[in-house]
Design a protein around this ligand. Sequence first.
Ligand SMILES: C[S@@+](CC[C@H](N)C(=O)[O-])C[C@H]1O[C@@H](n2cnc3c(N)ncnc32)[C@H](O)[C@@H]1O
Length: 235
Amino acid sequence: MIDYWLGGDQHHPVDVQAARAFESAYGPCAAIFRSLRAFSGRAVRHLAAGGVDQFLVFGAGVPAQGNVHQAAPGARVLYTDVDPQVAAVGRTLLAGLEHVDYVVGDATDLESIDRAALDRILPERAVRPVGLVFLGLAAFLDDPALAKALDAMYDAVPAGSMLAFDFDSTELAGHPQALAMMGPAFHMREPAAFGALLGRWTPTADGIVPVARWRPDGPPEQVPDAFWGGLATRE
Ligand SMILES: C[S@@+](CC[C@H](N)C(=O)[O-])C[C@H]1O[C@@H](n2cnc3c(N)ncnc32)[C@H](O)[C@@H]1O
């Protein structure tokens, strides 16, 4: 669905049907997801400009376009997703890229990520700052699971590492039919409450803001504030 909204070609008719059904309940989504992907690019470029050249991506989805390795050319990037089918598609799309791979991994259980892949793609992850990319995933975890996962990530990387994060605001509360389509395990969050879930991670001075307004390259996209996010530092 996201690839369809981004204008890509890595989706199936069933994805288009689902995307259109969702839009009939909510409204147009392409501009929102393009804005979200643009935020991801700005965040990763910001980390790369600061010297981060190794990334671990959680819940990466189908890496069709606007991916971490494209925003940070030359970086070492390990993509992970809990869904084996998504990871298999990802591996196919990324085949042949040097220092980039895609493996199955549960963001709530770092031990589930293949150690050999970690050692191959991110051999210096314990001694040099890592960029952790945690986008499009928070909505699928309840508060205790999210806080625990972010805390484990903090312990897994050295000082100076950075976390790029986002989460769903309460935008869908005003669209009950669309909200129902997200299923019972979908979690919206009040931005003011999200900071506590970051635990020991320290948000940068940019704060936790609607993603279109996070260090925009120009005038921010005029989209609903459906997704908020930011960067946080491991001290
Ligand atoms: C909405 S997509 C986001 C994809 C991409 N990160 C983006 O921002 O466009 C959510 C992805 O998270 C994955 N996912 C859900 N729960 C997960 C978990 N516990 N660990 C890792 N991935 C998970 C899903 O399989 C799906 O591919």
